[in-house]
Design a protein around this ligand. Structure first.
Ligand code: NAI
Ligand code: MG
Length: 489
């Protein structure tokens, strides 16, 4: 590090914020959670349970049922009966009332849900509180509004529901992903069997309690916990009419193969390796904030994370200097502290994967820069990491790391950066930073990405569709588009 740079960085490490811990007194958690089937919590036929932990402390929080194929069969049959006897017969405006009620209950319990999301997933409380939980409620509100307006959403096309939706979600946004899946399914008149990720079941199980409290008819939403085989049993169940999956590309491909030849509908939302592109006329300070938000938000556990940075050569030195400075001010540590920017990595497995990629980057000859911060001894943490001077052929520039690790390249021309940005197997999202409106439109036409943010990053709203190209999957969630995968015409 240059001498001058080191001096300017020290300024930020001289002082610290006092801890500002979010209280955990008000949350209610059971020691053990059973499966939520047909409106009740029931013991698993498997008789098996596993421990769910807090990744920031490695302490056990609760015992969770591990559902087998028999349990999944019971849940799917409950969903099918609820579909045939109740839900598909109910007037749409009545269905909407339940969905609105779920939205309001999420809002009422927002504080408890935020704390539990942070305890179980490791993400900073500021994010659970300000992003995950409010957005989850908003998705229910938004789709509740559509329930009795489907004829207007798709005029003259007479949309009909499909039946039972089997939904499998990941650990990076546990309650929010449940909302993305359940809300449109219910609004379109389908019933649901959902499996949360094995490491983050708790807010989905709290949602099951909310669903009970809302009076939603039994069996309309069923929540089964477990690992890969539980998910596979949902995918392969003959009474499941639609599969919605968010997770790894490997599992997504496997699901696509397993349902080939059936008439099950499928949407897949898989990985990403987004390009965040900074042009020389960009507002540099805002762009630096956008880069930080793009890759360090939620520890980089974001499929649309801006994990590749392309900076135009003429401003590269300035951007990278400011980025390093900003890195030093990021607070890494206890996710329950309201000052924390970067919380815990979700699991030991994911921590190992990230550390493995950091080694790969070093072995491939990229220059690494890490924040000088210290990280807690216990729990799963990693320092925010930059790789400078990377090239297209580096594995850290091509593969999804799903952690706070940014691969940086420079570019000279628009053609060059478009070529490089598109030259990966993924196509989920991208970011463009420039003062020039026409360039934004030019870039959004040419970037092969489902979402392109301009002069901002990682902004979400229930009214806008989200989804990818290429190995990032297919189908859209959110907005009017998000209704379509749950309907036949
Ligand atoms: P995963 O794809 O194995 O897990 C996602 C969900 O699928 C979980 O609920 C899991 O239990 C379930 N699942 C696993 N195997 C299954 C099977 N054979 N059939 C049906 N369901 C199955 O992802 P994992 O292993 O947690 O993470 C591996 C990598 O995947 C991450 O490092 C990251 O790169 C990527 N990932 C991408 C996500 C995204 O939002 N696009 C979310 C989570 C992970
Ligand atoms: Mg896996």
């Amino acid at each position: 590090m240059a001498k001058k740079e080191k001096k300017s960085l020290e300024f930020f490490t001289d002082w610290k914020y006092a801890p500002a811990l979010e209280s955990t007194d008000h949350i209610r958690l059971n020691k053990q959670y059973d499966l939520f089937i047909n409106g009740k919590f029931v013991k698993p036929n498997s008789d098996k349970y596993y421990d769910t932990i807090n990744p920031a402390t490695e302490e056990k929080i609760a015992r969770i049922a591990d559902a087998n194929a028999k349990d999944v069969d019971t849940a799917v049959k409950a969903a099918k009966t609820a579909y045939d006897k109740t839900w598909s017969k109910m007037p749409a405006k009545e269905r909407a009332k339940y969905i609105f009620r779920i939205a309001r209950l999420i809002q009422e319990k927002a504080r408890e849900l935020s704390v539990i999301e942070t305890m179980n997933g490791g993400k900073a409380i500021r994010e659970s509180r300000d992003i995950d939980i409010p957005l989850a409620a908003n998705h229910f509100f938004y789709y509740a509004g559509w329930a009795d307006k489907l004829e207007y959403a798709f005029p003259n096309r007479h949309p009909k529901s499909l039946g039972v939706a089997g939904q499998i979600i990941p650990w990076n946004f546990p309650l929010l992903m449940a909302a993305w899946k359940i809300a449109p399914a219910l609004a379109t008149g389908n019933t649901v069997v959902l499996k949360p990720a094995e490491t983050t079941p708790l807010t989905c199980l709290k949602l099951a309690e909310i669903i009970q409290e809302s009076g939603l008819p039994d069996g309309v939403v069923n929540i089964v916990t477990g690992f890969g085989p539980t998910g596979a049993a949902i995918v392969n169940h003959p009474l499941v009419n639609k599969v919605a999956f968010t997770g790894s590309t490997t599992v997504g491909k496997w699901i696509q193969k397993s349902i080939a030849g059936t008439d099950k509908k499928l949407t897949l939302e898989l990985g990403g390796k987004a390009a965040n592109i900074i042009f020389e006329d960009a507002p540099i300070d805002q762009a630096v904030e956008g880069i930080v938000n793009g890759i360090f938000f939620n520890q980089g556990h974001v499929c649309c994370a801006g994990s590749r940075l392309f900076v135009q050569e003429s401003v590269a030195d300035e951007v990278i200097h400011k980025l390093k400075n900003r890195l030093e001010t990021l607070i890494v540590g206890d996710p329950m502290d309201k000052n924390t920017d970067i919380g815990a990595i979700n699991s030991k497995m994911q921590l190992n994967k990230i550390n493995e990629y950091i080694k790969i980057g070093l072995n491939d000859g990229a220059d690494m820069y890490q924040s000088q911060c210290s990280i807690p001894k216990k729990g799963f943490f990693v320092k925010p990491t930059l790789f400078l001077n990377t090239s297209q052929s580096h594995r850290i520039s091509q593969e999804e790391i799903f952690g706070p690790v940014l691969a940086i390249q420079t570019f000279r021309t628009i053609e060059e950066v478009i070529e490089k940005a598109n030259n990966i197997p993924y196509g989920l999202s991208a970011g463009v930073w420039t003062d020039k409106g026409s360039r934004i439109f030019n870039m959004t036409q040419k970037l092969r990405a489902g979402v392109v943010w301009a002069n901002t990053y990682n902004k979400f709203d229930p009214t806008s569709p989200f989804g990818g190209y290429k190995e990032s999957g297919f189908g859209r969630e959110g907005g009017l588009h998000g209704l379509m995968p749950y309907l036949k015409f």
